[in-house]
Design a protein around this ligand. Structure first.
Ligand SMILES: N[C@@H](CCC(=O)N[C@@H](CS)C(=O)NCC(=O)O)C(=O)O
Length: 99
């Protein structure tokens, strides 16, 4: 069983994931990979490089200017580092399963 194959990847993912992102963004790719390893499909990506108003929206909503900014349902998680920390703390799987 590969790395990242854990409880969430075996269960049903109920949560909706939204990710503010850009075309070239290694941290976004890392976040996407982590989530996909959990079994997440169909991430709702908001490309802030294509839509300046979405960049403003992201900054206003999150108080941050870097991508990715990740939401699990209505909960703001933060960037890739935050997502990873949540996973290491064992708190990501329940969030993904909750929906
Ligand atoms: N610690 C952040 C780093 C995110 C980051 O540096 N993202 C880059 C793109 S991959 C970015 O937004 N750079 C633009 C900037 O720093 O203003 C995370 O883990 O998400």
């Amino acid at each position: 069983m590969g790395r990242g194959k854990n409880a969430a990847s075996k269960g049903v993912i109920m949560a909706n994931i939204t990710m503010y992102t850009t075309a070239y963004c290694p941290y976004c790719n890392n976040a996407e990979r982590l989530l996909e390893n959990k079994g997440v499909t169909g991430i709702n990506k908001i490309r802030i490089d294509e839509a300046p108003e979405k960049r403003m929206e992201m900054m206003e909503k999150t108080g941050r200017r870097t991508v990715p900014q990740i939401y699990i349902d209505d909960q703001h998680i933060g960037g890739f580092d935050d997502l990873r920390a949540l996973d290491l703390a064992g708190e990501l799987d329940p969030l993904l399963a909750a929906g």
